[in-house]
Design a protein around this ligand. Structure first.
Ligand SMILES: Cc1cc2nc3c(=O)[nH]c(=O)nc-3n(C[C@H](O)[C@H](O)[C@H](O)COP(=O)(O)O)c2cc1C
Length: 319
């Protein structure tokens, strides 16, 4: 590991560390209006939500790194107390990047970015038509975190109206692949939160898992399963008992170096198709084949196919 003391670093170095390690960060596309009526739009990725009752979000319009001056979004919020925060999707991210340009305060970034302003219901700042998720907000508190270059400010905002495009909702839930959100990472990196980047983990709200400490040492210390896979094993509510192990229908097949790969791929196919009754299990008939390895490998496949109980049944064969 490398170790850093922020007291001995310059501000750009600290910033580089923070944005590299704290991510991917959601991006708030913040629309405000000046007291003279000039529309303003800028992205802020030091952003998140902090409670549903009341619905609170916060973002950080920091002082400029170059000269410590305050940004238009900050000034407008202090003057008017209102903003609209919208989510950034892949479709609009390059326009959002244009809006992040340090234009002077008399420039309307809706025009620069080509994004469309539409009226809000409650607040004066406009909504961005192209974003499928828009929150009209009232500033509750602005917390100043310093008065130097790149010092942060925390704008705590209460949401007074949500606007969500119908076509991103399935059964009352915003579907990640439909909304296609984008997040910010280090340097010029962004992250598209859809496709293979997305996975599911059941929440242990009501179903508390056995925990890491209950995984037998032989499995836990094998180094064969990574932290993600061990975490999935730890999420099971109950390790399969002897009866389940007995009922675990695996037929036996002799496996030799000649048919090892074929057997492993058949095994994986049965796992994928959930054809447990066809599961084959080899008898160790050759010194060249490591039975534990075969079962661990199959358990790994089972975990990654979200078949946690099957993974346990396989692993119990080696205990
Ligand atoms: C994706 C992205 C995320 C950003 N996040 C922040 C942030 O969290 N805080 C900040 O002060 N500036 C952030 N910026 C820079 C501001 O968008 C930029 O300084 C902008 O010009 C501010 O505009 P304004 O003066 O109109 O408010 C970000 C820029 C981009 C492209």
């Amino acid at each position: 590991m490398l170790h850093f003391n922020p007291a001995e670093m310059n501000v750009p170095e600290i910033h580089r560390l923070l944005v590299g390690g704290v991510g991917p960060r959601p991006i708030a596309l913040v629309s405000t209006i000046s007291k003279d009526g000039i529309l303003n739009l800028a992205p802020y990725s030091f952003f998140n939500t902090f409670g549903a009752n009341p619905p609170m979000v916060a973002f950080s319009p920091a002082r400029r790194g170059s000269n410590g001056t305050l940004k238009d979004t900050y000034n407008n919020l202090i003057e008017t107390g209102e903003c609209v925060i919208q989510s950034v999707t892949y479709d609009i991210v390059s326009q959002v990047s244009v809006a992040s340009g340090e234009y002077s305060s008399d420039v309307n970034e809706f025009e620069k970015s080509g994004l469309t302003p539409i009226d809000s219901e409650v607040v004066k700042p406009k909504r961005v038509k192209e974003s499928p998720f828009q929150m009209e907000c009232i500033l509750k508190q602005m917390i100043n975190l310093g008065d130097k270059n790149a010092s942060g400010n925390l704008a705590l905002c209460e949401v007074v109206r949500f606007h969500v495009a119908e076509d991103v909702i399935v059964n009352g839930t915003i579907e990640p692949n439909l909304i296609d959100l984008v997040a910010r990472m280090s340097a010029n990196y962004y992250c598209r939160a859809s496709g293979e980047a997305i996975f599911q983990l059941e929440q242990p709200n009501t179903k508390i898992g056995i925990g890491f400490d209950q995984i037998p040492e032989k499995i836990r210390n094998s180094k064969f399963l990574n932290g993600f896979e061990l975490g999935r094993l730890a999420s099971i509510q109950k390790i399969p008992d002897n009866l389940q192990i007995e009922n675990f229908n695996i037929s036996y097949r002799e496996v030799s170096p000649n048919n090892y790969e074929e057997t492993q791929s058949a095994f994986n196919r049965y796992l994928r198709n959930r054809e447990l009754e066809k599961m084959i299990y080899f008898t160790l008939n050759s010194k060249n084949i490591n039975r534990d390895y075969f079962l661990m490998q199959s358990a790994k496949t089972a975990i990654n196919l979200n078949q946690i109980e099957t993974a346990w049944l396989l692993l119990q064969q080696i205990l």
